[in-house]
Design a protein around this ligand. Structure first.
Ligand SMILES: C[S@@+](CC[C@H](N)C(=O)[O-])C[C@H]1O[C@@H](n2cnc3c(N)ncnc32)[C@H](O)[C@@H]1O
Length: 224
């Protein structure tokens, strides 16, 4: 039996009052489960944070790297968009993408959201070749080893005032380990240090605790 923590109850309380799942979000998680996909989506109150950040940005163009099958964060973010907005979500695994596309359609977001299948480092240059309008918000939540490359691409595909959100930056505390050779730690450290030293980024990182355990995220604003 898994241990119960006080923060699980606190998250349940916050979520019930501030970020309850509706039918489309609950069904997305159910379908993702039924397809045997891992439970590595953001928590509901984190999804609501992403939605609020997109709304605060007045986002019309959102880029997500790492869709998963629920399309769960995608749905939270997609709901922040105006009717002429656009969200492009990049997903490596065709099975994840297939389940996500169904969930996104059930949430009524298929006109606004496009899931592109393939390794993000191949999808990103293709996307750049299309000369898209700058993305107002980029949510990075895929393979952590490539985090510095994703931050780099995010800077290229955004403009002054855009927001970059990088998820899961704590790595169970291992992010402090400069000697680590674990790809997720090395990638996350490189991304944090890139944000810290980049002349066009102003960022911070926050540790969190909740239903997803001990975790954290970084935010970076794109400067002129
Ligand atoms: C943590 S999950 C995304 C969770 C999702 N953002 C949510 O909160 O609902 C990470 C996803 O990134 C995908 N991924 C892993 N490596 C990738 C890559 N190189 N390019 C694109 N997607 C990748 C995985 O297949 C997985 O579906």
């Amino acid at each position: 039996m898994s241990e119960s923590h006080v923060w699980d109850e606190v998250d349940a309380y916050f979520t019930a009052h501030l970020a309850p799942d509706d039918e489309a979000l609950a069904a997305a998680l159910r379908d993702s489960d039924a397809a045997g996909l891992p439970h590595i989506n953001v928590a509901a109150n984190q999804g609501k944070l992403l939605q609020l950040l997109a709304q605060i940005q007045g986002a019309r163009h959102i880029l997500e790297i790492g869709t998963l099958g629920g399309g769960y964060s995608t749905i939270w973010l997609g709901r922040a968009l105006p009717a002429d907005g656009r969200l492009i979500s990049l997903e490596y695994d065709p099975k994840h993408a297939e389940v996500a596309v169904r969930n996104i359609a059930r949430a009524g977001l298929d006109k606004l959201v496009e899931v592109r299948v393939g390794p993000a480092l191949e999808s990103l240059p293709k996307l750049a070749d299309e000369n898209p309008p700058p993305f107002d918000l980029v949510f990075i939540d895929a393979d952590k080893a490539n985090n510095p490359h994703y931050v780099d691409w995010a800077v290229k595909l955004t403009s002054t005032g855009s927001l970059i959100v990088l998820d899961n930056v704590v790595r169970g505390g291992r992010v402090t380990d400069a000697d680590s050779t674990a790809p997720d730690v090395v990638g996350t450290r490189a991304a944090i240090e890139l944000i810290g030293s980049h002349p066009r980024l102003s960022g911070t990182a926050i540790q969190t605790v909740g239903t997803k355990g001990y975790d954290g995220f970084a935010l970076a604003r794109v400067l002129a």
